[in-house]
Design a binder for this molecule. Structure first.
Ligand SMILES: NC(=O)c1ccc[n+]([C@@H]2O[C@H](COP(=O)([O-])OP(=O)(O)OC[C@H]3O[C@@H](n4cnc5c(N)ncnc54)[C@H](OP(=O)(O)O)[C@@H]3O)[C@@H](O)[C@H]2O)c1
Length: 262
């Protein structure tokens, strides 16, 4: 039995990863803050696919979260073959006006928890000479995004970090994949506090979360270092910062994301 640990598994892309991996016969360890949603998902997947599903209710913005998760997994005697660092949040707005504590919590979740979990679960994978780590970045990783500055910067970190680990760990037969979706669900944008006009605009170029997950799992099978799932708009979004001057990219996103406030 192979086992996957998924952070942010109670909703959105993480819940679809859980569904698709259970269908492939993976045992699961699901992590999020919402106990009721995790229990319901675990119950459904166990009944539907007859795979073992454990849940760990944990706020990953707590600095000790990764240590707690790793210890609980060890106490349950579970070996993790696939780590999916999926949990991530953003906060729309002018950085200077946004809540400082929230900006720091976003960095804690999107970067520090991801790095901490990766470091811990990488050790046994390297010893066993097998395993995979999937890190959720975003097409935002390629951009400079005024009014979404902390989020895009955290995702640039995730992309760069993951590609470096992809190369470092090839000789240990441990595979690391960065996933860079474009818009893939209104919930994320609503939770990040985007104005409704931008939530609706993002929905126009949305890729269904099931497509994001299936293309990610296909890229994992191909041992790619990066995947930009979904429609060609996402490929374009990733490509144009490579050809435009950096100021032009920042100004363009200032116009788009600052709609109504510039
Ligand atoms: N949706 C998009 O358009 C899009 C595009 C590009 C990249 N991404 C990236 O894809 C990943 C998943 O996004 P999504 O759209 O599926 O998000 P989502 O629908 O908002 O779900 C977020 C998940 O993360 C969990 N989570 C949030 N804060 C947490 C915390 N402090 N501790 C533990 N878990 C926490 C949530 O569960 P609880 O609330 O129960 O804790 C939920 O399960 C993120 O990294 C995001 O940046 C998303």
């Amino acid at each position: 039995m192979v086992t996957a640990l998924i952070t942010g598994a109670s909703a959105g892309i993480g819940a679809i990863f859980a569904q698709e991996l259970a269908a492939r016969g993976y045992g699961l360890v699901l992590i999020a803050r919402s106990q009721d949603k995790l229990e319901q998902l675990a119950h459904t997947l166990q009944a539907q696919y007859r795979v073992p599903v454990e849940i760990i209710v944990q706020d990953l913005t707590e600095p000790t979260a990764a240590a707690i998760v790793f210890e609980q997994v060890q106490q349950k005697g579970i070996a993790i073959d696939l780590l999916i660092n999926n949990a991530g949040i953003g906060d729309y707005g002018d950085f200077a006006e946004n809540d400082r504590e929230l900006q720091l919590r976003i960095i804690q979740l999107n970067i520090l928890a991801l790095v901490d979990l990766t470091h811990r679960f990488l050790q046994p994978m390297r010893q066993q000479r097998s395993g995979s780590i999937v890190n959720l970045a975003s097409v935002a990783a390629f951009q400079t995004m005024p009014y979404f500055s902390i989020y895009s910067a955290t995702k640039a970190f995730v992309l760069s970090f993951s590609e470096a680990l992809w190369a470092e760990n090839q000789k240990y037969n441990v595979h690391v994949l960065a996933v860079c979706p474009g818009p893939a669900g209104k919930a994320f944008f609503k939770q990040a506090g985007f104005p409704s006009v931008l939530v609706d605009a993002a929905a126009w170029v949305e890729t269904p979360a099931t497509v994001v997950v299936r293309e990610t799992l296909a890229a994992l099978d191909q041992r790619q270092s990066i995947v930009i799932p979904g429609n060609s708009a996402n490929q374009l979004l990733a490509a144009f910062p490579r050809v435009l001057p950096r100021e032009a990219v920042a100004s363009l996103w200032k116009t788009i994301l600052g709609f109504g406030r510039n």
